[in-house]
Design a binder for this molecule. Structure first.
Ligand code: GDP
Length: 471
């Protein structure tokens, strides 16, 4: 598993974060002997959203730290353990701004783990409030540590964990890809690494997202065919996210109703800002995201999606989640308007999210219960494609055919793709093994992705194709 180490001066809340990440599961504590000191490093398996990683808490190493040198005699030990980690969480106290000891930790990190992905975490953020801008000010200061955008978090309350998960995803996924071992031409993947970050026992998780009043709760009720969720005309009524499990054609589905995605930049205070955090978290946990749009609003605004909706859609595909667009309130349209919406929306969606071709769009009336079956079929179909695994032998037969189809810009510099394999599902991730040091161009990668989609019927799925060089 990838290893994440928590580092920081005393009292910033390292152990609290550690406990939060391992969800108070029993931590393994082991002693690491090193010359004169023997200190404890707590070692646990963290589960954060759909990520699983090993987490190390260096708090036990502090006992020896003298005030003069932050990590005291244990610095060497911590450095040794850090060097074996893949990512560092650099904790600071959100209330204190940058403490001189934080600067020492920053210097020390740069010296001992140059180039290591480091995420600055401003802990105890629940004690500051964003309304007066104090959290933003702290973030501005934390940025000057030089490790990129900090994350505001409360290990105590769990606030900010969704964002931490998003920040950790790239280094953790990178690690998984790095672990690919070339065994032979056809079984070139050590499959033990393939899906370790996804708990496959979890049933299909469907998030229903969209702006307030587009009809999410009504749709949820229509899907459940019973009134379990409060529905009403006032915006923001469904404040809390509610998770409901139901069965569709014998398959268990977790339905997550959310309080409506609001842009973070909106001046949004009080309880509904919590809903935003919740929505982001749900989106990230979802396998399929159903983005609900209001057909009447589309007609009025003469465009399918407003800015906030485009943001949700883009974010969903960037996160590698599969997206189904649900156009609701079709009952309010006359025949002509109906046709106009059905014709215009898919094309418009394609133009704002060109990264993924063929995003499925379904047209429903939640109020009249029409289109439910079509929607659920699309959700399940999309999910199955998202989980698909294509056998390496089949992919390589396909590769040989597809390579002859592609018109390479420069024939003499045509990269030789030795083999092609799927390393991960959910989303389907492929690796093209290229001989020598040649880099595939963006247009080559786009061509491969497009051909995969067409030839294996994977339209609408956010595929990833990466390159690795082999001798
Ligand atoms: P949410 O905020 O997205 O959860 O929206 P609600 O489900 O609370 O719906 C907002 C309003 O739109 C309510 O008055 C619903 O009755 C109405 N509504 C929802 N779906 C439909 C639909 O398919 N057709 C029509 N005509 N109204 C709908």
């Amino acid at each position: 598993l990838p290893t994440v180490m928590i580092i920081g001066r005393p009292n910033v809340g390292k152990s609290a974060l550690f406990n939060r990440l391992i969800r108070r599961r029993e931590a393994l504590v082991y002693n690491t002997p090193n010359d004169h000191v023997t200190r404890d490093i707590r070692d646990g398996i963290a589960k954060l959203g759909d990520l699983r990683f090993r987490v190390l808490d260096s708090a036990g190493l502090e006992a020896e730290a003298s005030s003069g040198s932050v990590l005291g005699r244990t610095a060497a030990m911590t450095g040794y353990v850090l060097a074996k980690s893949h990512c560092a969480l650099f904790l600071i106290d959100a209330r204190d701004g940058i403490h001189p000891l934080d600067l020492d930790v920053g210097k020390w990190l740069r010296k001992h783990a140059p180039g290591m992905k480091t995420i600055v975490v401003m802990n105890k953020a629940e004690l500051l409030d964003n309304i007066t801008g104090s959290l933003d000010a702290a973030a501005g200061e934390a940025y000057t540590l030089g490790f990129g955008d900090p994350i505001a978090l409360s290990a105590e309350t769990g606030f900010g964990l969704a964002e931490l998960c998003e920040a950790l995803r790239p280094p953790i996924e990178d690690y998984v890809l790095q672990k690919i071992k070339v065994l032979d031409e056809y079984t070139c993947v050590d499959s033990s690494y393939a899906d370790e970050n996804i708990d496959s026992k979890i049933p299909l998780q469907l998030a229903i997202v969209g702006k307030p009043n587009v009809g999410k709760s009504t749709l949820l009720n229509a899907l459940l065919q019973e009134n379990r969720v409060l529905v009403g005309p006032e915006a923001g009524l469904t404040r809390d996210s509610i998770r409901v499990e139901f069965q569709y054609e014998g398959r268990n589905i977790y339905l997550v109703d959310t309080a409506g995605w609001l842009e973070r930049t909106k001046q949004d205070k009080g309880p509904s800002s919590l809903s935003i955090v919740q929505s982001r978290k749900n989106l990230m946990r979802a396998h399929v995201v159903a983005l609900v749009l209001d057909a009447e609003k589309i007609l009025k605004a003469k465009r399918s999606m407003n800015h906030a909706e485009v943001v949700i859609a883009r974010r969903t595909v960037e996160e590698g989640r599969s997206l189904v667009v649900v156009v609701n309130k079709m009952d309010l349209l006359n025949a002509k308007q109906y046709d106009r919406v059905v014709n215009a929306v898919p094309e418009e969606i394609q133009s704002v999210i060109p990264q993924v071709t063929g995003i499925p769009v379904v047209f429903v009336s939640a109020l009249e219960g029409k289109g439910r079956t079509a929607m659920m079929r699309q959700v399940v179909d999309t999910y199955e494609k998202w989980c698909c695994r294509l056998p390496t032998a089949r992919l390589n037969r396909w590769l040989r055919k597809v390579m002859s189809r592609h018109s390479w810009k420069d024939q003499s510099a045509q990269p030789k793709i030795k083999y092609f394999t799927q390393v991960k599902a959910r989303p389907p991730t492929f690796v093209a093994f290229v001989s020598g040091k040649v880099q595939l161009s963006d247009s080559d990668l786009r061509f491969l992705t497009k051909s995969l989609k067409e030839d294996f019927d994977l339209g609408g799925i956010p595929l990833r194709v990466v390159q690795r060089n082999v001798p």
